[in-house]
Structures are given as structure tokens and as C-alpha cells.
Write a protein that binds this ligand. Sequence first.
Ligand code: 0L1
Ligand code: MG
Length: 256
Amino acid sequence: MTSLAGLAQIVDEAARTAAEIPQLTDSLPELTVDDAYAIQALSVARRRLRGERRAGYKMGLTSRAKMQQVGVSEVVWGRLTDAMRLTEGGDLIRARYVHPRVEPEIAYLIGKPLEGEVSAAEALLAVEAIAPALEIIDSRYRDFKFSLPDVVADNSSSSGFYVGSWAKPSTEVGNLGILMEVNGRPVQIGSTAAILGHPVRSLVAAARLVARAGERLEPGDIVLAGGATAAHPLTPGEYLQTSFQSLGTLSFHVVA
Ligand code: 0L1
Ligand code: MG
């Protein structure tokens, strides 16, 4: 069997060069989810060797819409680096991705270490600020098709993120309306309640799940709570504007 490090190199190179690859499980059907998280850690270690720095974590598949869209039924997580952070209002260069999609999320800024089994109240005590966010996901797998181990190994499709203005940690984000428009036309309408019923549940899950990998949420980490709607595929010429009730608006242009 190809080593886990060898598989990490395959997914990392695919992300670095925006090249699509076949699913790892096509040739390795025995690959487990634990193997996949090990591959993910090794692939992000390769990014760190290239100078990228830890920025936090993303939670994925945290809404029914997202699970249905990709045919996977388990919450997943991935690692964010500073190189993935994008400038709000700027251009997103389509050529840097295989088949990017955008989804509206809530971002938590961690102020105190958080790990393991925690309640929602305990999780919120560790939060320094809350912001509206957009995640750019880009599966490196052909046709955006994968099994659970495939997507986890591919860093849960992490590829970019925008964060808006930070609001105080007591800001209530349990059921905020979201409207995503493309060139003035609504393409997604939803609520933050679609994120596991309340985005804080995603933060609780993040603390629990990263602890399984021997990690914890650290001060300065950003945690993306997961998509509140289905993801929108990005095409050059589009101007995306996403409004989050009470939190503000995030926008960007897609260029070739
Ligand atoms: O952030 C997400 O919910 C995506 C997780 C991976 C599945 C996908 O690429 O859609
Ligand atoms: Mg997401």
C-alpha cells in the first residue's frame, strides 16, 4: 500500500497545483477515516514546511443541505492556514482552484484554550469574537465526488475563507437570516440555524473532534462553523454578495 505520507503528497500537490485527482479510495478501498485524518495532518504539515502558518479549523458537512449536496452523512473537520485567508471585497482567481464553491458560515475567534468534551456555555466562554464568514471549498477529486475518507484526507475541501467584521462574543447567532446574491440575483437563502441547529454546536464538536487528534483550539484560532446553505459553484464574471442579518455583508468578484 502507498504510505500515508505518499497519499498526503498526492492530495497536497493536487491542492497546490489546482489539479484534479481520482478518489484515493478508488485504488485503496480499505482506507479508513482514521487513516484519512492522518493523511490530512501530514498534508497540512507539508504546507507548514512551505511557510504557511496555523489559522484554525473548519467544520464541514454541518447542515442537512450540505450532507445532501455531497452524499456524505457525518460532520468532518479540516485545518486552516494563513495562506487560505482571502481579502474581502477583492478578486477570487478561479484558475487557482479545481472547481471552487462558496458557502456562508459563522466564524469564532478563540480567546482561551478549548478542548475535549465541553458544553455550549463552556465553549462560548472561550470565544473572543464572532464574525460572518464565507468558506471557499474546493474538492480536489474529479467531479467533486468522494467518499468520507477521501474528503477527510483532502483536508475536508479547505481552500479559502473570508472573515467579516468581528462582533462581541455575546452576539446571538442562533437564527440569523442569510442571503447570497450573484450579480444581484438571489442564489441561496438560509439561516445560521441550519448549522447543527446553532453554530455553537459546531464549536463544541470542533473541541471534541480535534482533541481526538491530540490537538486543541488555541487562542487566535479561527473556527469556521460550517455552511449554512448549499454551496454555490463559482464562475468568472460573478459578483458575490452575501448579507448576514445583524452581522454585515461580505463580497468578492470571481475572475478567470
Ligand atoms: O465545508 C464543508 O462543509 C465541506 C466539507 C467537505 C465536503 C465538500 O467539499 O463539500
Ligand atoms: Mg464549509
